[in-house]
Write a protein that binds this ligand. Structure first.
Ligand code: ATP
Ligand code: MG
Length: 645
């Protein structure tokens, strides 16, 4: 296998970072050996409590139970807004960058406070109280953040549904979490096109009798339908409200939000997070993983419809009094240099995005990047899927000019915050490696018998203790949570992912455990083979799945997307097979390569391998839950051109 090119911690970064290597060791040790003392100190330094907690943690992973700071009380918006006002009233809280490069806006902490309180009062006027569920179906505009925070102010539980979802998907989620109020916009704007959000809401609500109010933000002024008994213009209701609104004092274990997972491995789960533990981990990981310093400008490109947007556009940055950039558009509009132009325009210091975006931009040519300055950048981040070393190197050397550490953050909707990630001042970087556990996180690798693997090795990634922002329930189906995460391995939280631990104790995520191949008795992760294939200059993306093979047990089936300007050929096929041979070994040589014009992805940009597996295995009559598929036509094309008929 090819050498791993380690990037040691830069001395310059280490000398000014919050967490150096020795500090990490000391804090990590304390976090697992004396969790009571460690978490008491962190929870009191990161958060302001209305009523102090006396209990830290109580847990029983056998039944998936944990409670953190349970007798403490706090309000999330007091922590994200009110307590900053004495020093930061006039400091920017949110920079909004519109879809059109000519549109941007800044919102100060005082303005944020006024907007959130007005909307919170409006929610109360519409009868919303502690514990009620509110659905937020919004474009990436500041009102999306106001809506989340206004819910938190009055103790309502928000359920943000990504604005790209269909009326059906929205309907399912509204019913599943029994929302009674929906906040939306007339239309969204993305990549120069409008999205009929209000129209989608109207369709979705046809079978949701419990929704009594729909607040509509006027984003475009486009034509929309109107139900006078239910619909209210956001501005008409909000503008007349007071900018003072008493925050609801919440128990640390009171629910903060429900959020549906991406649906990569099956029907999305409505993950429930609570108030104290979630906010603490979001705040703490934001500060330490991104080595956030006063005044830094932080840009996370996720949508607020995903957990990344919750923790690293809204809650983590605002809890730290930071400046967070919110982007309405897409990385390729008006052209593929948009991200870098936005970085220059707003002097962004930290840029956090997903491998799917990095791979796409990489395929479009370096000139889109190199014609920008990017000298404000200090740190880069990746999240969502394993990042192939090839893409990592490009991100590092072209986007970051070889100056900026990359934090490859492994975590899940269910974990609420980063779990395994380098801290830039503490950990050596290895392309494609998520490196070390965050404070208090205790990963283990389990073999098939459920035994912990010691030292270097590979297995199922699980956690042997709870952490403050652990999932508390799957909304409305607590048993599903117990079955999914706490039953496969008794006494552990099972992530569903596989990982390898190297001789340095660094963790490499190998992909979903269900996707691991067993080829002639050898276990192979999908990430490894895909990374070898995308090393070839002609390939843009690859997805690998197993299919039944008479001799090997499982054969390797690769879907390969080529970069613009390259054509499939027998010669290229041979080169790709040879690539896997030299990079990994003869065992990893693909049996089938199917040229794919596109890959099926979730709305959050992840490859849905379970559908590709069905196509490879010729099980076409039941493709499973496809509700979160971004573009169903991709699947039809792949079926039509199946390579092993
Ligand atoms: P579902 O749970 O509905 O199947 P999902 O797992 O894709 O969907 P998310 O919570 O959005 O839903 O994604 C979490 C998963 O994303 C992780 O379990 C992991 O497989 C992958 N992931 C996230 N970050 C990384 C990373 N840095 N490296 C490797 N994989 C990652
Ligand atoms: Mg998952």
């Amino acid at each position: 296998m090819s050498e791993v090119l380690t990037r040691p911690v830069s001395e310059q970064v280490a000398s000014s970072a919050h967490i150096s290597a020795s500090k990490y060791d000391e804090m990590y040790r304390q976090s697992v050996e004396q969790p009571q003392a460690f978490w008491t100190e962190q929870a009191n330094s990161f958060l302001q409590w209305d009523k102090p907690f006396t209990q830290v943690v109580e847990e029983d992973l056998n039944r998936g139970h944990c409670a953190w700071f349970a007798d403490g009380q706090l309000n999330v918006t007091v922590n994200c807004i009110d307590r900053h006002l004495p020093q930061r009233a006039n400091q920017t809280a949110i920079i909004w960058e519109g879809d059109d490069p000519a549109d941007s806006e800044t919102i100060t902490y005082q303005q944020l406070s006024d907007e959130v309180n007005r909307l919170a009062n409006a929610l109360r006027e519409r009868g919303i109280k502690k514990g009620d569920r509110v659905c937020i179906y919004m474009p990436m505009i500041p009102q999306a953040a106001y809506a989340m925070l206004a819910c938190a102010r009055v103790g309502a539980v928000h359920s943000v549904v990504f604005g790209g979802f269909s009326p059906d998907a929205l309907n399912n989620r509204i019913l599943d979490s029994d929302c009674t109020l929906v906040i939306t916009a007339d239309e969204g704007v993305r990549g120069g096109r409008t999205i009929p959000l209000k129209q989608n809401v109207d369709k979705a609500l046809a079978t949701c009798p419990n929704v009594h109010s729909v607040l509509v933000v006027k984003r475009t002024g486009g034509d929309i339908g109107w139900h006078a008994d239910r619909d209210i213009w956001y501005h008409e209701l909000v503008d007349k409200q007071s900018t003072e609104c008493a925050p609801e004092s919440m128990g640390a274990e009171d629910p903060l939000f429900i959020l549906y997972t991406s649906g990569s491995t099956g029907k999305p789960k409505g993950v429930l997070h609570t108030t104290g533990g979630y906010l603490l981990m979001a705040a703490m990981s934001f500060k330490y993983t991104f080595d956030y310093k006063e005044g830094d400008i932080f840009w996370c490109t996720a949508d607020v419809g995903w957990v990344t947007g919750h923790s690293y556009i809204v809650y983590g940055p605002l809890a730290n009094g930071a400046v967070t950039l919110m982007f309405e558009g897409v990385p390729t509009y008006p052209d593929a240099s948009r991200c870098w132009q936005v970085i220059d325009k707003h002097q962004v210091n930290t840029f956090y995005t997903a491998p799917t975006a990095i791979r796409a931009l990489m395929g479009m040519g370096d000139h889109h990047v190199t014609n920008s300055d990017r000298s404000s950048l200090k740190l880069l981040g990746s999240v969502g899927e394993p990042i192939n070393p090839e893409a990592w190197e490009w991100y590092y050397s072209v986007v970051g000019d070889g100056r900026c550490p990359i934090v490859d953050t492994w975590w899940q909707t269910e974990t609420g915050a980063h779990m395994i990630t380098p801290l830039p001042g503490a950990h050596n970087l290895k392309p494609g490696c998520a490196t070390k556990p965050f404070f208090g996180v205790q990963p283990v690798l389990l073999d098939e018998k459920g035994e912990e693997i010691e030292g270097a090795g590979e297995g199922a990634l699980a956690m042997k203790a709870s952490w403050p922002s652990m999932i508390r329930s799957v909304y409305g189906d607590h048993q599903r949570m117990v079955d999914t995460y706490f039953s496969t391995f008794k006494g552990y939280y099972f992530t569903g992912d596989g990982a390898r631990r190297d001789a340095d104790g660094d963790y490499w995520i190998t992909g979903r455990i269900d996707d691991v191949l067993n080829v002639s008795g050898h276990r192979l992760g999908t990430a490894e083979i895909e990374s070898a294939i995308v090393l070839h200059p002609a390939t843009a993306e690859a997805a690998v799945v197993g299919y039944p093979h008479d001799i090997k047990g499982q054969g390797i089936y690769c879907y390969v997307m080529l970069k613009e300007g390259f054509e499939p050929s027998e010669e290229l096929r041979k080169e790709l097979i040879a690539m896997c041979n030299t990079e990994i070994g003869p065992i990893a040589k693909p049996d089938v390569i199917q040229w794919a014009p596109g890959l099926p992805k979730t709305r959050s940009g992840k490859i849905m391998r379970r559908i590709l597996r069905k196509i490879a295995c010729n099980e076409l009559d039941n493709l499973g839950d496809t509700s979160t598929l971004a573009d169903p036509s991709v699947v039809d094309t792949l079926i039509e051109h199946r390579a092993n008929k």
